[in-house]
Design a protein around this ligand. Structure first.
Ligand SMILES: [Zn+2]
Ligand SMILES: [Zn+2]
Length: 336
């Protein structure tokens, strides 16, 4: 079968690789769509691991089912969480492999879905394999994973409708966060980003105040908008020193800063700035696929406006270049 394989930094090649081996707890999925994630780009830029087949934001059709797998049948349209439990930790010993503390991740530690077929080694209906309702297209199905990151982070902040919430960083995760906040009834949503196409998307998807961080000072604009009070919650999706500092500066006393974006460099920060304002700094990593499938199905969250480019698998190299450098790219997807 064909797969997109990382050869060296910024070089992806589509080539023949072996069809996956079905394990007893696994399923094989014929891939229909797979998104390129910001986390993929971190590895793609540096090439930590040549031979990687990326792809953890995907969906498709079940074609083979391992003999220990229950209630999953060939032909089902699904999206999936791909990981391999270690089998030895506290959670694995109790049969709760989905909580494994040393899990290997699909698309990094073992082959992902930028291929014609992908093996999901731990297939449990409702835990790692989620049927797609017929209303959802494959492009939407492959959007459930990134949406679930935003959904989890926003919910962890427990926003109230009267809160003022700032979203910093308008990649896909930030743009989904804006929509989830809107769906939860939050009335004042501020969005700060640098690229015109993404600011425009934030505006059309419900942000009340836009800050063009390439030209404007985020701290000044937020303080002006909130009458010098600051915001209740910051959803920090950019993962930069500057955006971290801005988050601490604009959150009001007792407020929450949700750390969602992946920091490429360690931070320098003064803990007193957090202590003195009683700020909660909260790390976010998790998901909720059923809730997100429902948000897409009911139209409360839209994925299609964020999918700016699609490429066939054969053009994976061009797809990665587009996601990395095209200023108009929001989410680039491969379709098979
Ligand atoms: Zn991702
Ligand atoms: Zn484990």
């Amino acid at each position: 079968m064909k797969a997109a394989v990382l050869k060296k930094a910024k070089e992806i090649k589509v080539e023949e690789v072996p069809y996956p081996t079905l394990e007893s707890h696994g399923v094989i999925i014929k891939v229909k769509a797979c998104g390129i994630c910001g986390s993929d780009l971190h590895v793609y830029k540096r090439n930590d691991k040549s031979g990687t087949i990326f792809g953890h934001e995907f969906c498709g059709e079940i074609v083979e089912v391992g003999k220990e797998v229950k209630d999953i049948k060939p032909g089902m349209r699904v999206t999936a969480v791909g990981f391999k439990p270690c089998g030895a930790c506290f959670w694995c010993q109790q049969g709760k492999g989905y909580r494994c503390s040393h899990m290997e991740l699909i698309g990094y530690e073992f082959p992902g879905a930028m291929a014609e077929y992908v093996h999901v080694p731990f297939a449990v209906l409702g835990r790692t394999i989620f049927p797609l309702p017929e209303e959802l297209s494959y492009l939407e199905g492959a959007s459930v994973e990134p949406l679930s990151i935003s959904y989890f982070s926003v919910n962890r902040a427990q926003p109230k409708p009267e809160d003022t919430v700032l979203v910093i960083g308008l990649g896909v995760i930030g743009l989904y966060a804006v929509q989830v906040l809107k769906a939860l009834g939050v009335k004042r949503i501020i969005a700060s980003g640098r690229r015109p196409a993404r600011l425009e998307a934030a505006r059309s998807l419900g942000a009340d105040l836009l800050i063009d961080a390439a030209r404007e000072n985020t701290i000044d604009r937020v303080m002006e908008y909130t009458g010098q009070v600051g915001v209740d919650i910051v959803i920090e999706c950019a993962g930069q020193q500057r955006t971290f500092d801005e988050s601490i500066a604009v959150v009001k006393g007792g407020g929450k800063v949700m750390l969602v974006g992946v920091y490429e460099e360690p931070l320098r920060w003064d803990p007193l700035s957090v202590i003195a304002k009683n700020i909660s700094l909260i790390g976010c990593l998790g998901g909720n696929f059923p809730a997100c499938i429902n948000l897409l199905k009911t139209g409360q969250v839209q994925a299609i406006p964020l999918i700016t480019h699609t490429f066939p698998l054969e053009e994976a190299a061009e797809a990665f270049r587009t996601q990395l450098v095209d200023p108009n790219a929001i989410k680039v997807m491969l379709v098979m």
